[in-house]
Design a protein around this ligand. Sequence first.
Ligand SMILES: [Zn+2]
Length: 263
Amino acid sequence: MVETPYLGMEHQGAIAYGNYYMRGYLGSMIPKNMDWDYIIVHETGHEYFGNSVSCKDIAEYWIHESFTTYMEALFVECAYNYDEAVNYLVMQRSLIRNAEPMVGPLNVNFEGWTSSDHYYKGAWMLHTLRHAIHDDETWFDLLRSFYNRYALSNITTQDFILFVNQCTKKDFTPILEQYLYYHTVPVLEYSIQAQGKKNTKLKYRWVTDVSNFNMPILVGKKGNYQLITPTNEWNQMVLDNVTINNFKVATELFYVNAVLVEN
Ligand SMILES: [Zn+2]
């Protein structure tokens, strides 16, 4: 890194650093209870995603910024803890605009974004993917092996999707394509009904632009969530030891809209 009058930029020769060694981004942009230098963490992240694993087409710039933004949260998880990393992502969630797909039009040197969704929504897509995979050993193996496989090369969005499918031995194509190629957020429509004093009957389905969106999601009582796998068709089940008052969709772990509908 080289000190510059400019705030920060991930040049491959030497990263420009101009944050004056302040916390966060010139003193803000990170939660009040944290003390770390945003520019050092973010631009260092680009030594992996951006400067080594690079996109083939600038319209797929999410490959640089989503992974690097997600690595900020992983830094918080390592330096603080998992709950603080979730809090950090929840803070960034409010910056998502859903104004446009994260992947722009290819082959036209597209740089016409009107939002930073290819940073924050992309980080949330990776956060969501981690919890949908629901196995941290597989998740961190995927992250490391994806980097190692494509270090010092130029890749496409489809390279990432194929890699996720190979690594997990599951088809995450509709899930990732919904997040990357559409601006709309997956909607979990659900209804809940008390079953006796202790249990809850849950009906649920995904409403998405893509078909066959079958993303697993955590629901139930916070601290004791269970994984369900809704599809685009209505399904139902009884959740034991979950009341309608303590039922929750884990929207702190998944970037979705949960919408309560009539029974
Ligand atoms: Zn960046």
